[in-house]
Design a binder for this molecule. Structure first.
Ligand SMILES: NC(=O)c1ccc[n+]([C@@H]2O[C@H](COP(=O)([O-])OP(=O)(O)OC[C@H]3O[C@@H](n4cnc5c(N)ncnc54)[C@H](OP(=O)(O)O)[C@@H]3O)[C@@H](O)[C@H]2O)c1
Length: 266
């Protein structure tokens, strides 16, 4: 039992999740998750969780509730990326991406909602992306999974209003984490994509390597978590500010041209 607010951050073994958990640990009782076993460190108690597994989610949430009896903030951060053209990505791989990025969020959210409803309070922060606002070439299914998350979160925010449970989306641009290290690769090769395939892979690697400092995302989440009336959407990072605006004002043809140019695509 604790007097502090209880937070669960999924995917807290690295990148944003680790920074978010560590930042929130000054002031909240924070649990982080990983698929692998991790010791408690910097005030963050680590639980084992694979968001693609019903039984893993059930056991993780049970373990948390046995210790705390409540949950105040859920940060659905765990995610999976791929760099492959849509036609070179098998349906199986596309489903795998959705299992983590979309259904994983749904699973964990479903597991905490009965407790938050009973408390008549709670906050769910879902890690989206600029790729959830604009279709990202070479990351088509990643983008689609984040678009799905956007629609789901918007609907959920209205449904949960009567129970005083808030829902927020964080939409970062590219940030310097190790996200691309576990990037799923094409499952099929079509020679027509030979040039584009390599360019896409190196563009994603370069964008992440030259990305913003991920601490900004952790700071943003700390601010959102402490807000008494959090918004639904928060864009974080330079790209997240200008890219959606550009998308809104440019005609389709011009936007496609600028997207190809940005990614050095032929
Ligand atoms: N970096 C960026 O530029 C960027 C931009 C926009 C949005 N995002 C989003 O930010 C989130 C975090 O990404 P990151 O950049 O911090 O990358 P990261 O360092 O690779 O972190 C990904 C985390 O997700 C966890 N994870 C992956 N699959 C999982 C599964 N099936 N079940 C449970 N946990 C799983 C990993 O934990 P384990 O491997 O330990 O299980 C890891 O802790 C993702 O949702 C991503 O879409 C990132």
């Amino acid at each position: 039992m604790t007097n502090q607010k209880v937070v669960l951050v999924t995917g807290a073994s690295s990148g944003f999740g680790q920074l978010i958990a560590q930042k929130l640990a000054c002031g909240y009782c924070v649990f982080g998750t990983s698929r692998k076993e991790h010791p408690t460190s910097q005030g963050v108690e680590m639980l084992t969780l694979d968001v693609t597994s019903d039984s893993s989610v059930e056991s993780c949430i049970n373990q948390l509730l046995t210790q705390t009896n409540r949950i105040d903030l859920l940060v659905n951060n765990a995610g999976q990326i791929h760099a492959s053209m849509i036609e070179e990505t098998s349906l199986e791989q596309a489903k795998e991406i959705f299992e983590t990025n979309f259904w994983g969020v749904v699973r964990v959210t479903n597991a905490v909602l009965p407790v938050m409803r009973q408390q008549r309070s709670g906050h769910i922060i879902n890690m989206s992306s600029v790729a959830g606002l604009i279709g990202a070439p070479g990351q088509g299914f990643y983008s689609a999974s984040k678009f799905a998350l956007e629609g789901y979160s918007e609907a959920l925010s209205v449904e949960l209003d009567p129970f005083n449970i808030k829902v927020s989306l964080v939409e970062p641009g590219y940030f310097k984490t190790n996200f691309n290290q576990a990037m799923l690769q094409p499952t099929a090769i079509h020679s027509d994509y030979d040039t584009v395939r390599d360019v896409i892979r190196s563009s994603v690697d370069q964008a992440i390597a030259q990305g913003d400092n991920p601490d900004k995302v952790a700071q943003a989440i700390a601010r959102i978590a402490s807000s008494s009336s959090p918004r639904l959407r928060y864009r974080v990072g330079n790209e997240a500010q200008w890219l959606p605006r550009l998308r809104a004002i440019l005609p389709d043809k011009l936007f496609r041209f600028s997207a190809r140019k940005r990614l050095n695509l032929p």
